[in-house]
Design a protein around this ligand. Structure first.
Ligand code: ATP
Length: 838
């Protein structure tokens, strides 16, 4: 009895704690708690602010500490936040930290906003920051305004500041305390931004240089150090001496380190630029002026290349801004020390859990020995009736198919067994028999026979498998199980594009779901975006709820799932633009692929101010590709072929599916660029040849039975069954979480043919933002619609209309595809004249 009671108690307490934990995790509870915190911080703000004006009057009442008096309605407290507010303010400001107590309410407000999910912040950073500021300012004010403590009701540093500063003064003296305050302030600024170090260096070196300049002016000649180097330089040609002194003058305004760094940059830049002519230049110069090398070595210490730079190199110092910038990119070190975290915006994102998928009872592999023995006997007898003897037979039971591996007696021709496919099928009275003769890598012949009771390969068993969970692929896709019951996985990054084909109802849509869900289970919304094209309009609609997490679309696209053919063409062209932009960024970053690029970006070695950004992978999934080719023809085929040929390195991958595997749909261009193929069952051998370049897909049994081909030999896989309700659960799980404010915007694509007509632009009704937009465009000298869209936070259509008006007003030129328009006004004055004449 006692035991029972104790177990009951334990169960009770466990369920109580479980419930309490669930309540604490509840998003609504978080929101309410956050709201309370924010409101409380506003109340504190009121109490603190009021304390400055009413503190003197309230002092006697608060200090008396008479609880009865404070509780009564007519307590005479003047503070706007009442007697409790006055007490709190008096306690926190006077008894604790002085006016730096305001940092407490800053932290409370930030914590509240975070709980409400209004702001994404790192709370511990704010906590450390606010605490340090609270203590530092308290000591600072306690120290500086120590005299005020005698005759004011307000202690600016609070008692904490007063006591700590007094103690520190007794230990290290007044100068010591100043130094401690200075050092801690600098350390804090460095903690906030690593740029502090650069500023401080500049600060120190500037004052140092100013002293030098003064001394120079006084003595009326160059300082010794420089004279020396100029004297040596004097041996050079006059031109060289002049340019060198120019460079010297410029360098005087720089810190030694910066100058050194820039010098290296310039050198690198010159080496890159001048490799060709520098070599010839160098050769001729070397003959003429042998002392060059010596001279340069003296001036810039470490590098040989510096010594070899001719005078012309020095003259170019001020010129080629762009090249210097590219080199700087390489050298760039971000202001923050910590690596960039692309997932920070959605740092609380939870990956979907495995229990969202359905568990099938019929999924465990079982072996029906009677069936196996019967099949074995039938195979042996059929072969024997054709005079073929076998020495061994081995069965491997897969989820839908059993593979019988036979070793024929010596002297049997393989082609003879291959020719018996139909006879074996007849004797086993089964569809979907496939003969693999010989099995690659083994000295045996394989006969695949469908099981009479096929098993479902559940999504749960695949996604939950150790192999998938521990996979380190960049874009892991778990497709299903092989004939040996192993989880079959591929890396989309390596494929890099897939063609899926199969007759209707054979499992294509389920296959696409398996691919998409695999990626959803493994990738963070910051790392992956999908472009979903669904001409059938019903297949991908379940994914629309994850628009703000995982989907990419055109800036003016209303729906993230693209169903309209014209939109498909625009989207594919827009992806081409994105691809080109990514290539430019890769080039500027001197890397070869997206992985290296993102690694560099995460390590803050690429400057975001120069357009560098973290690149998510983009996976384009096109269902019913045949429909598109039929309606849009070359308009879709060309961008698809372009993306397929080039996009691998920049992380754009394509999966296209069709139920019509005919040569007019899967054209030579498409085939050549889609090395990975997935074939579900097709009705004719010719279709199988179109997809796989060999028969086989026509012998599959349907319902997710498929052949995967990448390279030499196809692998037979039973596709994981991930049904629509399961996908809906997964997408709902993701959609419930905080997402980005919008879908991932692809670059805008301007169709040149559609944009030529400006006849309907009404200049009589200019947009209210017209003039501001014109100024922005002229100021930035960049005719880009997305710039207007971004700066004025307006929609694409309105920004496009403004751009048309600007074009008609002659301020910008016509659209040039993906490039920015030409700006005709050279400066703001020119623009104002033009605007006045409108
Ligand atoms: N891997 C699988 N395991 C078990 N059954 C499957 C599997 N894949 C598909 N099926 C069965 O086949 C049916 C049709 O599958 P699916 O909708 O994927 O076909 P489809 O090729 O996309 O057809 P359509 O081209 O007409 O859209 C499913 O409803 C399911 O019953």
């Amino acid at each position: 009895m006692v035991k029972k009671n104790t177990t009951k108690d334990t169960e009770h307490s466990i369920s109580f704690f479980g419930k309490a934990a669930a309540v604490l995790k509840n998003e609504t509870v978080h929101f309410v708690a956050g709201l309370i915190l924010v409101i409380f911080s506003v109340y504190l703000l009121l109490a603190f602010s009021s304390f400055f004006f009413t503190g003197a009057a309230d002092q006697s009442i608060i200090d008396s500490g008479n609880a009865q008096e404070l509780i009564s309605t007519h307590n005479g407290v003047k503070n706007y936040a009442g007697s409790r507010g006055a007490q709190l303010a008096s306690y926190l400001i006077n008894d604790c930290f002085g006016i730096s107590s305001f940092f407490i309410l800053v932290f409370l407000a930030v914590a509240g906003l975070k709980l409400m999910r209004v702001r994404v912040v790192r709370l511990w950073k704010w906590f450390i920051g606010c605490s340090l500021l609270l203590i530092w300012f308290s000591i600072f004010f306690g120290f500086v305004f120590v005299d005020q403590y005698k005759d004011s009701f307000l202690y600016l540093g609070g008692m904490h500041g007063y006591n700590v500063s007094n103690w520190l003064v007794s230990q290290v003296g007044v100068p010591g305390l100043w130094m401690i305050l200075l050092v801690t302030a600098i350390c804090f600024l460095i903690y906030l931004s690593a740029r502090t170090v650069i500023w401080l260096r500049k600060l120190f070196s500037l004052s140092f240089l100013k002293h030098k300049e003064k001394a120079e002016r006084k003595s009326g000649e160059a300082p010794e150090e420089f004279t020396d180097s100029w004297t040596v330089k004097g041996k050079k040609s006059p031109v060289m001496a002049e340019t060198a002194s120019d460079a010297g003058r410029e360098e005087e305004t720089k810190t030694p380190e910066e100058a050194g760094k820039e010098e290296k940059d310039e050198d690198a830049h010159e080496i890159m630029l001048d490799l060709g002519d520098a070599a010839t230049h160098k050769a001729s110069l070397a003959k003429e002026k042998e002392e060059d090398e010596v001279l340069m070595t003296i001036e810039t210490p470490p590098s040989d290349t510096v010594s070899a730079i001719p005078a012309s190199g020095r003259q170019e110092e001020k010129g080629p801004v762009f090249e210097v910038e590219t080199v700087e990119d390489e050298e760039y070190r971000g202001p923050e020390i910590e690596p960039y975290n692309p997932c920070l915006d959605l740092e609380n994102y939870h990956y979907p859990t495995i229990d969202l998928m359905k568990h099938y009872d019929n999924a465990e592999p079982t072996i029906d020995m009677a069936e196996q023995n019967a099949n074995k006997d039938k195979i042996i007898n059929t072969l024997r009736s054709f005079g073929i003897e076998i020495s061994t037979i081995k069965a491997t039971v897969g989820p839908t198919v059993t593979l019988y591996e036979i070793t024929p007696e010596q002297g049997v021709r393989i082609s003879k067994i291959r020719g018996l496919e139909d006879d074996i099928a007849l004797s086993l009275s089964a569809l979907g028999i496939r003969i693999i003769a010989p099995i690659p890598g083994k000295g045996t012949i394989g006969i695949e026979v469908p099981n009479s009771n096929p098993k479902i390969v559940s999504g749960q068993s695949i996604i939950g498998s150790k192999k998938f969970q521990e996979s380190t692929y960049d874009l892991p896709i778990a497709l299903g199980k092989t004939i040996t019951n192993e989880v079959f996985m591929v890396d989309l990054c390596k494929m890099p594009h897939v063609l899926v084909a199969g007759a209707t109802g054979q499992g294509k849509s389920v296959g696409l779901n398996a691919i998409i869900t695999s990626l959803l289970y493994k990738k963070h919304p910051a790392e992956l975006k999908f472009v979903l094209v669904d001409p059938k309009k019903v297949e991908f609609s379940i994914y629309s709820v994850i628009e703000h997490h995982f989907l990419a679309k055109l800036p003016d696209g209303e729906d993230a799932i693209i169903t309209d053919v014209t939109k498909v063409v625009q989207t594919l062209n827009s992806i081409c633009i994105e691809m080109d932009t990514r290539y430019d960024l890769l080039k500027a970053a001197h890397v070869r692929n997206i992985k290296e690029y993102n690694e560099k970006f995460i390590n803050r070695r690429l400057n975001p101010e120069k357009g560098h950004k973290f690149m998510p992978y983009i996976v384009v999934v096109i269902d019913e590709f045949g429909d598109l080719i039929m309606t849009a023809g070359k308009d879709v085929e060309l961008p698809i072929a372009r993306i397929a040929q080039l996009a691998r390195a920049v992380g754009i991958h394509m999966i296209i599916a069709t139920q019509r595997p005919t040569t007019n749909i899967i054209t030579g261009t498409i085939k050549a660029n889609f090395p990975a193929r997935i074939a579900f069952r097709v009705s004719a051998m010719v279709d199988s040849r179109t997809i796989l370049d060999r028969p086989g897909a026509n012998q599959l049994i349907g319902r997710g039975d498929m052949l995967f081909l990448q390279g030499a030999d196809p692998v037979r896989v039973q596709c994981a069954f991930i049904d629509t309700p399961e996908v809906a659960e997964i997408t709902k799980f993701i959609a419930r979480q905080q997402g980005y404010p919008t879908a991932f915007y692809l670059p805008e694509y301007v169709d040149e043919n559609a944009n030529g007509d400006l006849g309907d632009v009404d200049m009589g009704r200019l947009d209210p933002l017209f003039e501001d937009a014109a100024r922005l465009i002229v100021y930035q000298q960049q005719g880009s619609t997305s710039l207007i869209q971004r700066k004025f936070a307006i929609g694409y259509n309105r920004a496009g209309r403004i751009m048309d008006q600007l074009e008609k007003a002659g301020i910008v030129g016509p659209a040039q595809g993906s490039k920015a328009r030409e700006v005709f006004c050279v400066d703001i004055t020119d623009l104002e004249t033009r605007l006045n004449n409108l």
